[in-house]
Ligand binder design. Structure first.
Ligand code: IVH
Length: 668
């Protein structure tokens, strides 16, 4: 393999990896800017070495792909992406290529919203279907989720069929609130508002409290088949949509020539940080849309529009110290404490340093002057050290030899980048993180046990192992600062309620490596209770589809540790559902394997809570009705699922019938 082929190979792999993290998991590891740089490097190599190029690679198609979580929707008019330009020269080249002889041409400049593109369809003035872009031709049906976004009109005063496109986004305010709550609940925070919006939008309705969808917002920017409505320019299309009541960005302008476009771009460079949503550039569109068809598009982007991307925001500041934060599994993460500096509209005080290798690779020292960067990401990173500014006062950072929380000797496992504190049993920092994780939403979902209470529980010595949580009394915690009796009662009742969570929640919550919520559900499908799982041998576990050897080994290792077995026994004694007890297995048998579908709004609880109750009884919950469905629970304003259930003859329960069913199992 020659060096070009090798580099291209590497780029194909990297891009595929990062695209997957971005589109499928909403959890990118690198910034958009870095991703774009990889894509551009690849494009240049492909141009020079077409013999090594892969024509069907994802960069030659429209981004993303539809997942199998939602019903596919074919776009009658493909949803294209946009080509990017990164500086004035590239922008001028774009205008050059457009080769507009016509002096009268004008352009519309709009802010480029960093969100999730969707298409909305209205029939007889009713919002009937909404879809994501997917691969541009086939997207995902997210109609129900989009209905929960307040700013998307459900009715328009227009009779003809109307399709529009726009962007779903999360406002900065909602984003900060959401992340604060997630942090307090011990959940992973979203890297940026776009990922938060994507995660939220693509989450199946049954897993989301509709209230939480309120943080989402929408702007329309494209009218499909505009000619049908006598609309001839993009600026008129924006007005047309706004007049119908669709939200349209205020920040747009008609420009007569390239220099006016340039002015718009530079005017908004800083001003965009005053907006309550993230924009990463300016979209420039030829205003006269009667020319669009003639100009046409490439396989993935129109030729009549382009996106100018702003460079990532950078700032220069000083590293005051490097702190260590300790994670649940004992991993030490260095964090730079910075001289506060204004960056992209916020004051930045910390930057993530990832790990010791990164620090030595970039030669980052305490007291160094550094360039930090924040693209769309919320946690900034150190780009490089300004070596010219060194004074000799810089101090080389060394990872501590002993754990700052428990003084245990730090270890580094072979083949691992990470340094760890090995004191799993009693390091207070690990214990605190373990408690947060246990109580988090994907675990036992105990609201109220977040960062602060976890620290208090550890420092007071009240919780030494996880099961101690179930021995807490109101008086124990009411004396903590900022607590009080009322809140303490609420938290203790939350803890009590968590005892009836499905076994899969408990399995996910105890922090077995590589075992998250979804995998825990697979384990429970195979082993109905913890006892059976504890006795299972490695190959039995590994053979479950979706499980594999690494996970199987990790489960075995966990239960081979007698401390962990003791913990499970203690949970049992304290009445936490392990699926083992007599009564547990009896009730499970009665609804075991039954499939429920919830539709409409329930008044006694959210759909998510209702789903959890039946899962506790061994039932499954599905989002769509089929002949396999056993019960459809129909709340207020139940829609198409109810009619489908009727036509298939599936048993339908009203809310009160459903409550009666739960009561018969004694857990309503
Ligand atoms: S127009 C046919 N206008 O950027 C192209 N797109 O990187 C229609 N985007 O897929 C797109 N703000 O999701 C347009 N004001 C705006 C936009 C915008 C954000 C998104 C859109 C597009 C992506 C391309």
């Amino acid at each position: 393999m020659n060096i070009f082929e090798a580099r291209m190979d590497e780029l194909y792999n990297q891009i595929e990896h990062h695209a997957r993290l971005y589109y499928e998991k909403d959890e990118p590891e690198i910034s958009d800017f870095e991703y774009d740089a990889l894509v551009r490097e690849l494009a240049a190599l492909e141009r020079d070495h077409p013999e090594f190029s892969r024509p069907d690679f994802l960069t030659h198609k429209v981004g993303g792909s539809a997942s199998n979580l939602f019903t596919p929707v074919e776009h009658a008019v493909p949803m294209l992406s946009l080509d990017n330009v990164f500086d004035n020269q590239e922008l001028a080249d774009f205008f050059g290529k457009l080769d507009r002889e016509n002096e009268n041409d004008s352009y519309v400049c709009e802010m480029k919203i960093d969100g999730i593109a969707v298409s909305l369809l209205y029939e007889n003035g009713e919002f009937v279907q909404g879809a994501t872009r997917g691969d541009g031709r086939v997207g995902e049906d997210v109609t129900e989720n989009l209905r929960e976004i307040d700013s998307i009109p459900k009715k328009l005063r227009i009779d003809s069929r109307l399709e529009i496109r726009g962007e779903v986004l999360m406002t900065l305010e909602s984003f900060r609130n959401l992340n604060q709550i997630r942090e307090e609940n011990g959940e992973k925070v979203f890297a940026n508002p776009r990922n938060a919006a994507g995660g939220n939008l693509r989450k199946a309705s049954r897993n989301v409290d509709p209230k939480s969808r309120r943080g989402l917002d929408f702007f329309a920017y494209y009218l499909v088949d505009a000619e049908k409505f006598g609309v001839k320019t993009q600026s008129d299309a924006l007005k047309f949509m706004a007049d119908l009541g669709l939200p349209v960005q205020a920040a747009y302008q008609v420009c007569e020539n390239l220099s006016e476009v340039g002015e718009f771009i530079s005017n908004w460079h800083e001003k965009r940080f005053e907006l309550d949503y993230v924009t990463d550039g300016v979209v420039i569109k030829l205003n006269d849309l009667t020319q669009w068809n003639a100009i046409g598009a490439t396989s993935h982007a129109p030729r009549w529009a382009v996106a100018f991307k702003y460079p990532p925001e950078e700032a220069i500041t000083k590293i005051l110290e490097i702190n260590i934060s300790i994670g649940r599994t004992g991993v030490l993460t260095p964090v730079a404490i910075l001289e506060p500096v204004n960056l992209a509209g916020t004051i930045v005080k910390r930057a993530g340093l990832h790990n010791a290798d990164e620090i030595s690779r970039k030669d980052i020292r305490v007291n160094d002057t550094v360039r930090i960067r924040k693209a769309a990401e919320i946690i900034p990173e150190v780009v490089a050290v300004e070596k010219a500014s060194r004074t000799g006062q810089e101090v080389i950072f060394e990872m501590p030899k002993r754990c700052p929380a428990c003084n245990s000797e730090i270890v580094r496992l072979p083949d691992e980048v990470a340094y760890r504190c090995p004191n799993r049993a009693s390091c207070p920092a690990q214990l605190r993180e373990t408690i947060k994780y246990f109580a988090s939403r994907d675990g036992m979902n105990i609201k109220g046990i977040g960062s602060r209470l976890s620290v208090q529980l550890v420092e007071s010595g009240l919780v030494k192992i996880l099961s101690d949580i179930y021995e807490l009394k109101v008086d124990d915690i009411s004396r903590f600062s900022r607590m009080g009796e009322k809140l303490a009662r609420k938290i203790i009742s939350e803890i009590e309620q968590s005892k009836t969570r499905p076994v899969s929640s408990l399995i996910a919550a105890i922090g077995i490596r590589h075992i998250g919520k979804t995998v825990a559900e697979l384990l429970v499908d195979r082993f109905a209770n913890l006892e059976a799982l504890m006795n299972a041998d490695e190959s039995e576990i590994a053979n479950i589809p979706g499980m594999g050897e690494v996970r199987a080994r990790s489960v075995r290792a966990f239960f081979q540790d007698s401390e962990n077995v003791r913990l499970i026994r203690r949970f049992e004694e304290l009445g936490v559902n392990t699926g083992n007890s007599e009564s547990g297995s009896q009730t499970q048998a009665q609804l075991f394997g039954k499939i429920f579908v919830f539709t409409g709004t329930l008044s006694s609880f959210t759909r998510e809570e209702a789903a959890e109750r039946v899962k506790n009884l061994g039932a499954k919950v599905s989002s769509s009705v089929s002949s396999k469905t056993d019960y459809v629970v129909a709340g207020e304003k139940a829609g198409s699922k109810l009619s489908r259930a009727e036509s298939l003859g599936v048993k339908i329960l009203s809310e009160s019938e459903f409550l009666a069913l739960l009561a018969s199992y004694n857990i309503a």
